[in-house]
Design a protein around this ligand. Structure first.
Ligand code: 1SD
Ligand code: ZN
Length: 267
């Protein structure tokens, strides 16, 4: 019954606050980034990332997205708004629309992108586990990249070519080749940063968001592979909801900015 309730509410962000009061809080994500209201900050610096020998232990279909769980390798994210604390990569996943004119969670002056990739990191300097960090202020840092349709992304292929094997919710597969998450960062390092939250329940207000301005390209076929996924278990019958069990439109619309300032670092 809980599973059924959760499933229903996942698709309806405006009902989340009923079960997760913080979802109605004042530092929720995503937001609409208003370019003219962003504050330049000379204290901000370029983001420093380094990833080596990253192995994805499991690529899974959560029913809400695909998720690449990091199994081994070493990663380090610091600098910019994060200071000297070191954050490590836990997983990456994506949000997308049914069509190319929507799908991103963050928007820029109201403009939506086709998809948004999230590299989720946790603060290893201050916390002992991802779970502890996810529930704590200063615990997480997520790098957000906007996706537009253009040329095929070779690194993304390592994920998209396996999606036919995890069409249904609950399915998972091992990725045998290493991935280089640095290949998902745009060439230009300009980013926006602000204090926000997880964009899905439990919507903890623990995330320092770092959203890159320059979009990265994936091919139409790669995006179509995302959209071919299903939101229901293989043994369930196809739901008769408005999306008919297609795993699409898995983005939360922008939340109020409230009393927050978005800072910008210009590369
Ligand atoms: O939507 C994801 C969610 O699936 C989960 O991965 C969570 C981390 O535990 O992060 C959110 S998000 O805020 O990175 N979209
Ligand atoms: Zn996300």
């Amino acid at each position: 019954a809980r599973e059924k309730t959760l499933k229903k509410i996942y698709n309806r962000p405006n009902t989340w606050a009923g079960m997760f009061p913080v979802a109605g809080g004042s530092r929720q994500s995503p937001i609409d980034i208003k370019e003219n209201s962003c504050k330049g900050d000379s204290g901000l610096a370029k983001i420093q990332v380094s990833y080596s020998n990253i192995q994805v232990s499991e690529l899974s279909n959560s029913g809400h997205s695909w998720k690449a769980q990091i199994g081994s390798g070493s990663s380090s994210l610091k600098g910019g708004p994060l200071g000297t604390d070191e954050y490590v990569l836990e997983q990456f996943h994506c949000h997308w629309g049914k069509v190319n004119d929507r799908g991103s969670e963050h928007t820029v002056d109201g403009k939506c992108y086709a998809a948004e990739l999230h590299l989720v990191h946790w603060n290893k300097t201050k916390f002992r586990s991802f779970a502890e960090a996810a529930a704590s202020d200063g615990g997480l840092a997520v790098l957000g990249m906007f996706l537009i349709v253009g040329k095929e992304h070779m690194e993304m292929n390592k994920v998209s070519k396996l999606l036919p094997f995890i069409q249904h919710k609950g399915q998972a597969i091992t990725l045998t080749e290493p991935v280089n998450p640095a290949a998902f960062l745009p060439k230009n390092g300009t980013y926006w940063t602000y204090a926000g939250s997880l964009t899905t329940p439990p919507c903890y207000e623990s995330v320092t968001w770092i959203v890159f301005k320059q979009p990265i390209q994936v091919s139409q076929a790669q995006l179509d592979a995302f959209r071919s996924m299903k939101s229901f278990h293989p043994c369930e019958s196809c739901p008769k909801d408005e999306l008919a069990g297609e795993l699409v439109e898995n983005y939360r619309p922008p939340c109020p900015l409230c009393n927050r300032v978005v800072r910008v670092y210009k590369d």
